[in-house]
Design a protein around this ligand. Structure first.
Ligand code: ZN
Length: 255
């Protein structure tokens, strides 16, 4: 049995803690800060077993060095060829790695950054800044085509798969999603639920692949109606799904 707990960091990051019951293992995903992790470990009387990194950005990696001062021998898994140099166990596409009893497959998902990887299991996926609830990461290093391929591989996950991304961006993403698809009833219902969660200061995450396929415009580039409400400046014709994603991303960047 494994529990995944959110550790809040910065304004809207979650450092996910993977806690196994039997072996008392505790792993953290993308620790951009160390102090919230130390506080969590102390409160739960646990030690740190290892670290998973999805990509090199500072708000996902800046806590690693201080965590290693306290836990010097733990592994730091992360993408090969990363600009972040603290990775002890570099991972490539299709690698398998067992963390706290869960056999994750590594999926390379370039787009937000070129080094981005996701940790994928049939029931749990850590998607970093590639797939958010209702959105996707900004294209800082990769192309729209790369991001479309990355999201397409995540879209194949089972409906019940729980998606743990790194940011609480959901309400802002869903406001954009509603501009794209104002008639989407599942989206309206999900917005209401997320608003309730946030009013109680609770996460809107994890989300599920079933929900994301129904509400996330960046996973819905194959839907006939997805371009119906595009702003005028993006309205020249596009045939290919990655071109549609490119337009949605441009629209969202200026939303
Ligand atoms: Zn990032």
């Amino acid at each position: 049995m494994v529990q995944v707990e959110p550790i809040k960091a910065f304004n809207d990051n979650y450092i996910w803690a993977i806690c196994s019951q039997h072996e008392q293992q505790t792993w953290v995903v993308d620790p951009g800060q160390s102090q919230p992790v130390f506080t969590f470990l102390k409160a739960h009387n646990r030690t740190l077993s290892g670290i998973l990194i999805t990509h090199h950005h500072w708000d996902h990696t800046d806590g690693v060095a201080e965590l290693l001062l306290q836990f010097p021998d733990i592994p730091v898994y992360g993408p090969k060829d990363s600009k972040f140099t603290g990775i002890t166990h570099p991972l490539s596409h299709d690698d398998n790695v067992t963390i706290a009893g869960i056999a994750f497959k590594i999926v390379e998902t370039p787009g937000h950054t070129l080094d981005h990887i996701c940790y994928i299991d049939e029931q749990i996926a850590f998607t970093g800044d590639t797939l958010f609830s209702g959105g996707c990461g900004r294209l800082f290093e990769g192309t729209a085509k790369q991001m479309w391929h990355s999201l397409e591989s995540l879209k194949q996950l089972p409906s019940a798969c729980q998606i743990y991304c790194t940011h609480e961006y959901t309400l802002a993403n869903l406001a954009f999603a509603q501009a794209v698809e104002p008639e989407n009833q599942i989206l309206s219902e999900h917005i209401a639920w997320c608003q309730q969660q946030r009013e109680k200061d609770l996460p809107t995450l994890p989300t599920s692949m079933e929900i994301e396929r129904a509400i996330n415009p960046f996973l819905r580039t194959d839907q006939a109606k997805i371009l119906a409400h595009l702003p005028v400046y993006l309205q020249e014709p596009s045939d290919l799904d990655w071109q549609i994603l490119s337009k949605l991303r441009l629209w969202k960047d200026n939303f």
